[in-house]
Design a protein around this ligand. Structure first.
Ligand SMILES: *Cc1c(COP(=O)(O)O)cnc(C)c1O
Length: 886
């Protein structure tokens, strides 16, 4: 039955309780303990059953209960405190103001700006992502990429950045996982009920649903706009599930990473192109566009279209502006992780239209997404498009930055690997979102209540050493118990849903030992993550789990051993992509092992991994296990969340862990060796893992003093907090993005667009001249003061004579380039050093001089090169032009 009319019914609250509505609709409650507590206090059962959704809770709670709390002084006082905290939070975001004072209005206007969603701010950073993982009742994420995006918004809010998020609101979101009796993953797609979620429908000035229109081949697709308020940061989400879209178009925002390739292109078209149009409809004029992964890279095309059609720029001019203001973060270290589309499909979906507007041929258009311009069969890569459209590109850990430079080096064939302009900003996690409540209280007591705001200050975290051992340990043990109680309850619920026997139910209530060493492993079940590496030798892991030492030598009889059994237990969780059959097989392998004789109390798999499960696990386990095939883990963040709760990591040195202090904050499995034979690699690394467990992890955990405290283990926990927390958090990460990427890009963008784009036009004309006349530049002579034999630290004077033929010395950057030689005779890890312009000689040569010295002995190389230079160019490498002396 179709309704003849619909109503959006909102909760009816007693006047005194109105503040609850404001609190419920700002996701600040997700990382503010006082507010979360308040909602739990309102109705603990409903809080759990609503999946921690305060809006749904307020909509379904009984009027009696509301009347009751409206008279409860204690409740009202807590509500008042929570409201004040939100109010203060919204106006006290100062980092941005402090670090970017030059372009900011005075504080009073800034406050207004915050309340008006910074719509009128002098600058604005738009952050595009296909998924956002903010809180468990908003299931529009699949894994690490989404959580990172969610944490990015939260920290941007904490720092007071004028940032807005852009994404899609999925009707079905990512699937919920359950297992059949055989341990095979099944998927359920619960429908997201937008009207009962903490999101607002955006309306236009006539109070009508705000709508945008996006051109698709042969039709218009409409989308409406929802807003999630994340502290001070608004996140806008597009939703195509509306009339008069046809039924296919309804489904564009149906399922995260669902559908076939065509659907994928259509989704990315909505995200990129629709996202730009949406911001415009909302009144934003972003000065920076950040593409979090390549899914949103079509945004560049739409921005250029608007500049070409609405501001009369040429394609080259529009490209220069777009590039100057765009930032791209890549998240995959393997080519298979990149969206590649067949040329015909891209041309059909949007290429034909944009190529015509830009005045490009088919191949010219396709080359925007290709490494080799002349390679007509090459697929269209969203990552290549994003790189060509960005003036700041980064990977998400130092190692991943290196791998990305290798992967994309073909885009800069004349550049040495180290100088490929892809840098890295290592990921982080949002402290208040992933530290357990008990740990947060501990930090507030010993580090001060500002610990989260000062997340990146080493000196503050050094105070972790002053936390009394006993207190840290008891706090941690409580987290472990919380986890175990949760696991038992969830397993029992799952068994009840499957109508399991009462014997099985009883068993579920006894799993895990609240005092035993608990190893956590939770992440997507992608095969490269090797979730079952620890099951490589079943006999050996069984011995470890049962606490039977493999090497009796290491079972030294400590005088205060309290007869601990030395058991080890595993808590495992994670989803496999619905089409990833090998991933699902890994889950089943874990389940089957857990069912073997004597194992079921020691190894559990928690179904339906999500943010909530993750938060319990990263606090309640003792060690965080990570066994990816290096270097396939670009960063990984769950290990950082664990560190936030004091857990040491037991990990392959991949992603972020490769740059952590592996001696003090955990144990490294291997030293990052390369293997050609994967099977052999798995043998070696599983063996290394077992050795560490047997010889280091288990003995350290069970080494107790007369108070039954594992002092050395606790010391490792404190080192973990002291050394890892101040680095691997999103306060540091977002501050890095702001200072390294957003501020400069925003400046470039404002420079280029001033005076009706005059500087952009000049830049484009200059670039055009460079492209055609660059090869006329000549290095006529390089004079070096010394012969081939020099000593360490001896000054060598260098003089270069150049013919710039049509350019001036201000158009170029002349550099000496020096470094040791490898066995092929090439300079490796060369260092560039700028030369000074001295004037022209009688023959009209431009003379540049400089001085080099060598700090170390051996065979060292020297060269000289010329790069383009322009104040509005993002980097001298942007144009791919470089002239080396030969
Ligand atoms: C943190 C988190 C992830 C990412 O973990 P990795 O270690 O990067 O694999 C995935 N899913 C959820 C629910 C998380 O909380």
């Amino acid at each position: 039955m179709r309704p003849i009319r619909t109503f959006n019914v909102s909760p009816s609250l007693p006047t005194k309780l109105e503040p609850l509505r404001t609190l419920a609709y700002n996701l600040y409650w997700d990382w503010n303990l006082e507010t979360k507590d308040l909602f739990r206090r309102l109705d603990a059962d409903l809080w759990e059953s609503s999946r921690h959704n305060p809006v749904l809770m307020l909509g379904t709670i009984s009027q009696e209960r509301l009347q009751e709390v409206a008279e409860d002084e204690g409740f009202l006082a807590q509500m008042e405190r929570a409201s004040l905290q939100l109010e203060d939070y919204l106006k006290e975001r100062t980092w941005y103001r402090k670090h970017r004072s030059q372009t900011l209005p005075a504080l009073t206007t800034y406050r207004h700006v915050v309340e008006d969603n910074h719509r009128s701010a002098p600058e604005c950073y738009a952050y595009f992502s296909a998924e956002f993982g903010l809180t468990d009742c908003l299931p529009i994420y699949s894994g690490g990429l989404g959580i990172l995006a969610g944490d990015h918004l939260k920290s941007a809010s904490d720092l007071g950045l004028p940032l807005v998020g852009v994404g899609l609101l999925y009707q079905e979101g990512y699937f919920a996982q359950y297992l059949n009796a055989d341990g095979w993953q099944q998927e359920r797609y619960p429908i997201n009920d937008f009207y009962n979620m903490p999101i607002h429908l955006e309306r236009d000035e006539h109070d009508r649903e705000l709508r945008i229109e996006v051109e698709y081949p042969g039709r218009i697709v409409y989308a409406r706009v929802w807003r999630v308020q994340v502290g001070t940061v608004p996140l806008y989400l597009l939703d195509t599930n509306i009339e008069p879209n046809n039924s296919y178009d309804h489904d564009i925002t149906d399922e995260l990473y669902g559908g076939d390739v065509d659907m994928r292109i259509d989704q990315e078209l909505m995200l990129g192109v629709g996202g730009v149009k949406m911001l415009q409809a909302l009144g934003y004029q972003p000065t920076v566009y950040h593409m979090n992964e390549g899914h949103s890279a079509f945004l560049a095309l739409e921005r250029m279209r608007s500049m070409v059609q609405e501001s009369g720029l040429s394609f080259a001019e529009a490209w220069a502006v777009a590039k100057a203001s765009q930032v791209f973060t890549t998240h995959t270290p393997v080519p298979a992780g990149i969206d590649l589309f067949a040329p015909d499909k891209v041309m059909h979906a949007l290429g034909n239209r944009y190529a015509q507007i830009f005045g490009l041929s088919r191949e010219e258009f396709l080359s925007l997404g290709r490494v080799k311009t002349g390679e007509f069969t090459e697929s269209f890569s969203m990552a290549v498009l994003a790189i060509k459209m960005a003036s700041f590109v980064n990977g998400v850990s130092q190692l991943h930055g290196h791998v990305s430079r290798q992967m994309f080096q073909p885009l800069w064939p004349d550049l040495p690997l180290d100088e490929v302009p892809i840098t890295s900003i290592t990921n982080g996690v949002h402290g208040r979102s992933c530290a357990a409540k008990a740990m947060q209280d501990l930090y507030s007591r010993y580090l001060g209540p500002q610990w989260a705001e000062a997340a990146a200050h080493r000196s503050l975290w050094a105070k972790a050493s002053s936390i009394p051992d006993e207190e840290l340990w008891r706090t941690h043990e409580r987290c472990r118990l919380d986890l175990i109680l949760f696991v038992r309850a969830r397993l029992a619920r799952m068994l009840r849903d499957r109508s399991a026997s009462s014997h099985e139910l009883l068993q579920a209530e006894e799993v895990l030992d609240p005092t035993a060493l608990t190893i956590g492993f939770a992440r997507r079940f992608a095969t490269y993550k090797r979730a079952t590496l620890f099951l490589r030798d079943l006999d050996r892991i069984r011995q470890i789990i049962l606490g039977k030492p493999h090497h009796p030598l290491h079972n030294h009889n400590h005088s205060h051993n309290h007869n601990h059994k030395r058991n080890v237990q595993f808590v495992i969780a994670g989803k496999a992509h619905p089409k990833d059959i090998p991933g699902k097989e890994l889950i089943r392998e874990v389940i089957h092992f857990a069912r073997t004789e004597g194992m079921h109390t020691h190894i559990v798999f928690i179904p339906d991994y999500d943010i909530h499960v993750a938060r319990l696990m990263v606090a309640g386990c003792d060690v965080w296990l990570n066994t990816p095939r290096r270097p396939h883990e670009a960063s990984g963040t769950s290990g950082m969340k664990a560190a936030m709760n004091g857990l040491p990591n037991l990990s392959i040195p991949d992603g972020w862990w490769d740059e952590a202090d592996q001696i003090h904050t955990g144990w490294s499995i291997g030293q990052g060796e390369d293997y050609d034979d994967e099977n052999y690699q798995d043998d070696v690394e599983a063996d290394a893992l077992y050795n560490l467990l047997e010889q280091e992890v288990v003995p350290l955990f069970y080494d107790r003093d007369e108070d039954d405290l594992p002092r050395k283990w606790i010391a490792k926990m404190k080192d973990t907090i002291r050394l890892n927390v101040p680095r691997f958090n999103t306060t540091r990460m977002v501050a890095d993005y702001a200072t390294q990427a957003y501020f400069p890009a925003s400046d470039r963008s404002q420079n280029l667009t001033a005076q009706q784009f005059q500087p952009a036009k000049e830049l484009a004309a200059w670039q055009n001249k460079l492209q055609t006349h660059w090869y006329n530049i000549r290095i006529e002579a390089v004079e070096v003061s010394e012969s081939a034999d020099v000593q360490v630290n001896q000054a060598i004077a260098v003089k270069a004579k150049l013919r710039l033929n049509g350019f001036t010395h201000q158009d170029v950057q002349v550099e000496m380039y020096q470094g040791p030689l490898d066995d092929q005779g090439n300079i490796v890890k060369g260092k560039p050093m700028a030369m000074n312009f001295e004037g022209k000689d009688e023959q009209g040569h431009c003379i540049f001089t400089g001085q080099v010295t060598y700090r170390t002995s051996g065979l060292q190389g020297f060269s000289l090169r010329i790069l383009p230079h322009h104040e509005n160019l993002g980097s001298p490498y942007d144009l791919g032009l470089i002239l080396w002396a030969n």
